[in-house]
Write a protein that binds this ligand. Structure first.
Ligand code: C2E
Ligand code: MG
Ligand code: MG
Ligand code: MG
Length: 284
């Protein structure tokens, strides 16, 4: 129901806009259904230490298996979920699913690995987010240091003043904070000093070109060195080749994630490949 364009700033919808609006509405509806009908699933991608090549953590990545449309990638529905506000419900589902999984691994006698969960700005700036996370941790009985929240550099910088307090509160509770896709947001590394972050995830675009492009290599090396200087855990994203791995090791990057290390897989597959039995406490 568009108003007339008579000076009040409203315009009639064009057919194209209308179609987009309808598509958006139906996606919003579909997302709600996805939660209710269990169409969401978390996949887990391992992160390996570059020193030992052991799995030191995993990232939870959301998958939507729609009954008619098949697998819908997050790049398609996350932006819409953010615009419509549905990201709060979706994000809540993701957090619960991840915490439940950590608990399940623990109960199965497996050594619990820290799980990184992607969160959007809308979530962090929603009221009482840190308290909400805390009550979820309490509800599932999960240690705060087993949860890491990933926020993209762009999201973080778009709203730094507003986000900083929330991040400090989360960090104060022992939750780890990662800057995701670092290097794509054109922000200064000196900004990082002011944020209570623990982890720097270097964007795939730097890593992939580093072994073959001298300029990119210089930037990637600088990011790693500065991240280390700031006392952050530096993780390289999107490792696909041995040359990339060698480059990162040479530049003393801490951890690597990517298809070469392991694809994102369902929990059961990750268990079979990457999880080890918890050390027996009685035996020391
Ligand atoms: P991200 O957090 O940067 O996640 C890494 C993405 O790169 C994942 O895509 C992963 O499958 C892909 N990837 C990992 N290793 C490689 C590699 O070696 N080569 C290449 N080409 N790609 C690799 P995915 O799962 O499609 O997710 C895309 C983005 O969607 C994520 O980027 C994240 O920003 C967002 N996302 C995923 N799950 C969630 C979620 O639960 N909540 C929110 N807010 N965003 C999410
Ligand atoms: Mg991420
Ligand atoms: Mg990333
Ligand atoms: Mg990325």
């Amino acid at each position: 129901t568009a108003k007339s364009s008579g000076g009040n700033g409203y315009r009639f919808f064009t057919p194209e806009m209308n179609e987009a609006a309808v598509a958006r509405l139906s996606l919003e509806h579909a997302l709600r259904e996805a939660i209710e009908q269990g169409q969401f699933e978390l996949y887990y991608q391992p992160k390996a230490s570059l020193e030992t090549m052991e799995t030191v953590g995993v990232e939870a990545l959301l998958r939507w298996r729609h009954p008619e449309m098949g697998m819908i990638p997050p790049s398609t529905f996350i932006p819409v979920a953010e615009e419509t506000g549905m990201i709060l419900a979706v994000g809540d589902w993701v957090l619960r699913a991840a915490l439940e999984q950590i608990k399940r691994w623990e109960r199965a006698g497996l050594e619990p690995l820290p799980v990184a969960v992607n969160v959007s700005v809308r979530q962090i700036t929603s009221s009482h987010f840190a308290e909400r996370i805390q009550s979820l941790l309490d509800e599932y009985g999960v240690r705060p240091d087993l949860l890491e929240l990933e926020i993209t550099e762009t999201a973080m910088m778009s709203n730094m003043a507003f986000i900083a307090d929330g991040l400090s509160e989360l960090r104060g509770r022992g939750i780890r904070i990662a800057v995701d896709d670092f290097g794509t947001g054109y922000s200064s590394l000196s900004y990082l000093r002011r944020l209570p972050i623990t982890t720097l995830k270097v964007d795939r675009s730097f890593v992939s070109e580093a072994p073959s492009n001298a300029d990119t290599a210089a930037i990637a090396a600088t990011i790693i060195a500065m991240g280390r200087q700031l006392g952050l855990t530096v993780v390289a994203e999107g490792i696909e080749t041995q040359a990339q791995l060698d480059f990162l090791r040479r530049h003393r990057c801490h951890e690597a994630q990517g298809f070469l290390i392991g694809f994102p897989v369902p929990a059961a597959e990750l268990e079979a490949r990457c999880l080890r039995p918890a050390r027996n406490k009685a035996a020391g």
